[in-house]
Design a protein around this ligand. Sequence first.
Ligand SMILES: Nc1ncnc2c1ncn2[C@@H]1O[C@H](COP(=O)(O)OP(=O)(O)OP(=O)(O)O)[C@@H](O)[C@H]1O
Ligand SMILES: [Mg+2]
Length: 165
Amino acid sequence: MIVITGTPGTGKTSLAKALGKAFDMPVLHVNDLVKKKKKLQAGKEGSSILVKLDELKKELKGFDGIVEGHVLCEIALPAKVIVLRTKPEELKTRLDKRRYSKKKIQENVEAEALDYCLIKTKENYKKFIQLDTSGLSLDASLGRLLFMLEDMQGDSVDWSDYFMK
Ligand SMILES: Nc1ncnc2c1ncn2[C@@H]1O[C@H](COP(=O)(O)OP(=O)(O)OP(=O)(O)O)[C@@H](O)[C@H]1O
Ligand SMILES: [Mg+2]
């Protein structure tokens, strides 16, 4: 199993689809799965559905393919993990194009700047790499990822200067 996780807007859905094509592997999108299956839902927070993490873990047991979602950093699965990263300023530009509230955009940009998903991934998984997509096209990101997956050697990321500005 390959898990793609990261802050909303880092490109998980786009990259998972591209990787699925490249490897001819099935792709699961956690957002779609949760919308479809009531048993995975734990209520709502604003317009987003809260996920029952234990049920999601059960649902994914034995899946042999690529699965993507930001909540995947919160659970432990037997998988190789890719944590997608995007420079906070660039992530803000991407999220500004969505119909998100200012608060939701700010929360996500700060989560990225504080390495939230990386920290959770370290708690839950043994093998992971980070892929920094800042300034890269989707094709360039896919190329880098294919190269990185060979030896699980990823990017190092440091967004600490975001809070200095
Ligand atoms: N290098 C890149 N890799 C992936 N996506 C990119 C890249 N550059 C720009 N994008 C763009 O970033 C936007 C967000 O991508 P996407 O919807 O795949 O993110 P996501 O991580 O799945 O977000 P969410 O968690 O909200 O579902 C898209 O418009 C995508 O085209
Ligand atoms: Mg997505």
